[in-house]
Design a protein around this ligand. Structure first.
Ligand SMILES: C=C1C[C@]23C[C@H]1CC[C@H]2[C@@]12CCC[C@@](C)(C(=O)O1)[C@H]2[C@@H]3C(=O)O
Ligand SMILES: O=C(O)CCC(=O)C(=O)O
Ligand SMILES: [Fe+2]
Length: 345
């Protein structure tokens, strides 16, 4: 039985792709981190454009979530059930981690064949330039060992916060996916089978992100345009802007503001496939700032790695071939943004 982390440990990265830049006291952006300007770089001019906000206690929540997934592929949720003190705790521990001296952080560097630990985003090898970003990826329980290395006498509060966050995020992911399943017009049997599979899945990861202040933010990028690979991502970001999503139809890059107390939810590749393309897997990127250091925390939730993913609706022609989660992530690890087109029917 393949575990989720093995899908990543079976795809080792090269060390020089994992080690982040030492962002401290840099007066200029090193050439390694200067990204070419792309013409679609200009954020949308329509300042009234913003992603939908859905109250999970709303009586029409199924229609509202379904509409948001279909039109935007991303939305913000209120009444999500995560306490402000938990989210503050996660943010506090995230600052605590990334504020450590570089040699301390390097002690828990993600191994080339590792899944958990400190380092750049896994997509780094696909680019010739480096990102203005450092991350800490948590897949499975081995993060406790890393916490003991970082804080030998004071690792408990980090572990408790991460533990509670993973539990609460899993509950919220189940709630959201249950709502989304309802909007896919499945048969009773299909709906209950998928609900059981979603409930039993151990495929999840938590990603802490840090985007240090940048001496010339227009020359760098925090995270390049990408889609998230699993079913959905639940994101908590501090109240600084940075996340942008690409909206077709001439809108371009739309900044995602963080509505106070809300969490941002975006469709991932697996949900895009299950919905037979009805829900766009939203392209998003992170731009950096010249005045403030931004952090975020993403929770990624997927299906069991050996389960088969295919378009659920039986009424339409399937757009994608059926394959296992392990196979899909393997293709994504190899071919990055071409993955979906490679399994297109
Ligand atoms: C469960 C996941 C999802 C991962 C890989 C693994 C752990 C870290 C996630 C991210 C986080 C940063 C962007 C991304 C593109 C990256 O490079 O690492 C994400 C990727 C994915 O959504 O594919
Ligand atoms: O930092 C953010 O707002 C987004 C991070 C992200 O896209 C990711 O972790 O996949
Ligand atoms: Fe992402």
């Amino acid at each position: 039985m393949t575990t989720f982390s093995e899908v990543y440990t079976n795809n080792p990265l090269q060390l020089h792709h994992i080690i982040p830049l030492d962002f401290n006291s840099l007066q200029a952006v090193p050439d390694s981190h200067i990204w070419p300007k792309s013409d679609d770089d200009v954020p949308t001019s329509d300042e009234y454009l913003s992603i939908p906000i859905v109250d999970l206690m709303d009586p029409d929540v199924v229609d509202r979530v379904s509409h948001a997934c279909q039109t935007w592929g991303i939305f913000q949720v209120t009444n999500h059930g995560l306490s402000p003190s938990l989210l503050e705790g996660v943010e506090e521990e995230t600052w605590r981690l990334f504020s450590l001296p570089v040699p301390e952080k390097m002690k828990v560097l993600r191994l080339p064949d590792g899944a958990t630990g400190y380092g750049t985003a896994r997509i780094a090898p696909f680019y010739s330039k480096s990102m203005w970003h450092e991350g800490f990826t948590i897949i499975g329980g081995s993060f406790v060992e890393h916490a003991k290395v970082l804080w030998p006498n004071d690792y408990k509060r980090f572990c408790d916060v991460i533990d509670e966050c993973q539990k609460s995020m899993k509950t919220l992911a189940h709630k959201l996916l249950h709502i989304i399943l309802k909007s896919l017009n499945l048969s009773e049997e299909q709906e209950s089978n998928w609900a059981t599979m979603i409930h039993q899945s151990e495929t999840n990861a938590l990603q802490l992100n840090s985007y240090p202040t940048c001496p010339d933010p227009n020359q760098a990028i925090g995270l390049p345009p990408h889609t998230d690979s699993l079913l959905l991502t639940i994101l908590h970001h501090s109240n600084t802007s940075g996340l942008q999503i690409f909206r077709d139809g001439g809108f371009g890059w739309v900044p995602v503001s963080s509505f106070p107390g809300a969490l941002t939810v975006n469709v991932g590749d697996l949900l895009h496939i299950l919905s037979n393309g009805k829900f766009p897997t939203v392209y998003h990127r992170v731009v950096v700032s010249g005045t403030c250091h931004r952090v975020s925390m993403g929770y990624f939730y997927g299906l069991p790695v050996d389960s088969t993913v295919e378009p659920l609706s039986k009424v339409e022609f399937p757009m994608y071939k059926s394959l296992t989660v392990r196979e899909y992530i393997g293709i994504k690890n190899e071919c990055h943004e071409k993955a979906l087109s490679l399994i297109r029917i």
